[in-house]
Design a protein around this ligand. Structure first.
Ligand code: ATP
Ligand code: MG
Length: 495
């Protein structure tokens, strides 16, 4: 066994003790599956699974403080907390001990019709999906670690390939989810999919329709969150799976942009995700989808292509896609907001603080960090060499600088209460309309945020009619945004 691995991540004593307890009772017991793969690829396992020839009742007898709440032969054995992020809903951490199993027929291409307990480790390992997931570890009395590797998993890990255990075609026919798992592992580890396994996914891609949308969403999210997401999305496309998940992404394939944009829309979307520094799912989804609307918005004007309003088309599409994939409302709202606003304009010396305040008012201060992360991915993904160009750093500085300036009515020195109690305004919509106008003025010039100035302005608007006031506020904000936007068009009209 590789010494380095054993030194780096010590196998927790709760794990070795559980194994030796089973062995003491004359059963076979192995650490198996994902955690062994993680050790072999130098990653820290997040959970430890075991397999044994003991039947669930026998396991429970050995570990009185255990529970068996399913039909798959998996017994949860409670041990003292040993993982940094132990399972939150349990009093203790839990080690899952599963009786050797063999799965029978799979008539729905997803779940075995029946689960049978098996007699040998070999049978159990042969039902596992990939060679790297079919490794087992056991411990001798002297503490020595022994690796059982019946399908050449170690060699495949060395070769950096994902390979099905047994006949790939059969294995994907049994359970179509394995196709997405293969790609998820490839994008997590930066591995390739072995040729026959790859061809079997290509051949069986349409079986993905048998997998629930929730499972597809989970696997897709893991690909997006992985270290090599571009590789993962490319594999989804090459195998034919992507068109069942997000066909909209494929419309960007081959869609050229202008000269300074060296990549096609498809390539740029993937590169924006690959370079997005955020670890948040919503921000990474926004990076992947931010330019989805470009193929539709593309128009040839004079001597070049324009993509006016593509951010709105993208946002509309993103909302639909994420709803279809059953993402949570929180993720949908956040991702859509980021995509819709990814075109904010910044240029040192040109962007005024009031323009930055207007962006903050629109997007929310709490979302600015994420919006900037999206933009970093966008910039780097278009082939711009510097991670944080000076311009973007300057923008961050401006955001920080104006972050305590008023960007919402709540931050005005004048409020409805004062207007009613001290200025004898009548409670009603007029107060809100007046405050909106005052806010628009203050965003332009925060110096004016004094009770004295605002009371005076409120006084001067007292006799206006409510609708007129509302229109005035809207007009004011629109005009200012038009000026900001005009600048984007002048400078970035093809971006
Ligand atoms: P992760 O790091 O995401 O937990 P994992 O490989 O541990 O990856 P689990 O879903 O925890 O995945 O499954 C544990 C083990 O069970 C796998 O390593 C594999 O041996 C086996 N397994 C899981 N799902 C399947 C499947 N759909 N088909 C065959 N074997 C599977
Ligand atoms: Mg696991």
């Amino acid at each position: 066994m590789n010494k380095l691995i054993m030194n780096k991540f010590k196998i927790p004593k709760e794990v070795t003790e559980t194994i030796s307890e089973l062995q003491k009772n004359n059963f076979e017991a192995f650490v198996v599956g994902g955690c062994v793969r993680d050790l072999m690829t130098n990653r820290e396992p997040k959970d430890w699974d075991m397999t044994t020839n003991a039947k669930p009742e026998e396991i429970q007898k050995i570990f009185p403080d255990s529970f068996y709440e399913n039909d798959f032969g998996t017994v949860g054995v409670k041990v003292d907390p040993f993982l940094e992020n132990g399972k939150e809903d349990r009093e203790h951490d839990v080690i899952e001990v599963t009786t050797y199993r063999i799965e029978t027929t799979y008539s729905d291409h997803r779940r075995p019709d029946e689960i049978q307990f098996a007699e040998t480790l070999k049978e159990d390992l042969s039902r596992r999906d990939f060679t790297m997931n079919a490794l087992a570890l056991s411990f001798a009395k002297n503490g020595e670690i022994k690796l059982t590797d019946l399908f050449d998993g170690k060699k495949d890990i060395k070769k950096k390939i994902i390979k099905a255990v047994g006949d790939a075609d059969t294995r994907f026919n049994e359970d179509a989810l394995r196709m997405m798992r293969a790609i998820r592992f490839a994008s997590r580890l930066g591995f390739e999919i072995e040729e026959k396994t790859f061809q079997a996914i290509q051949k069986n891609h349409d079986l993905i329709t048998h997998v629930s949308i929730e499972r597809i969403k989970d696997e897709f999210s893991k690909i997006v969150m992985s270290d090599h997401p571009k590789h993962g999305i490319e594999l989804l496309q090459q195998t034919g799976l992507l068109k069942y998940i997000v066909p909209e992404l494929e419309t960007g394939i081959g869609v050229e942009q202008n000269l300074h944009h060296i990549y096609t829309v498809w390539e740029h979307n993937l590169r924006a995700l690959e370079n997005c520094p955020s670890k948040k799912l919503s921000v990474r989804l926004a990076a992947l989808f931010h330019d989805l609307g470009k193929p539709q918005a593309k128009v040839f004007r004079k001597d070049r292509f324009t993509f006016y309003n593509h951010e709105h088309i993208s946002a509309y599409m993103v909302k639909k896609i994420l709803k279809r994939l059953k993402f949570s409302k929180k993720i949908i709202d956040k991702t859509t907001l980021l995509v819709k606003n990814h075109m904010f304009y910044y240029s040192v010396g040109e962007v005024t603080e009031s323009a930055v305040r207007r962006i903050i008012k629109k997007v929310g201060l709490e979302n600015m960090r994420d919006l900037i992360d999206l933009r970093i991915g966008d910039r780097l993904g278009s082939g711009v060499p510097k991670a944080k160009p000076y311009k973007l750093r300057h923008f961050e500085y401006l955001v920080e600088k104006v972050s305590t300036d008023p960007v919402s009515v709540k931050m005005l020195k004048l409020n409805g209460d004062i207007m009613i109690k001290e200025m004898s305004f009548k409670a009603g919509p007029k107060i809100g309309a007046i405050l909106e106008i005052l806010l628009a003025e203050i965003i332009d010039d925060p110096e004016k945020n004094t009770l004295e100035y605002l009371s005076e302005r409120a006084e001067s608007l007292r006799d206006e009619n409510v609708d007129q006031l509302k229109n005035l506020a809207k007009k004011y904000i629109k005009e200012k945004q038009k000026v900001d936007k005009q600048k984007i068009k002048e400078k970035h009209w093809v971006k």
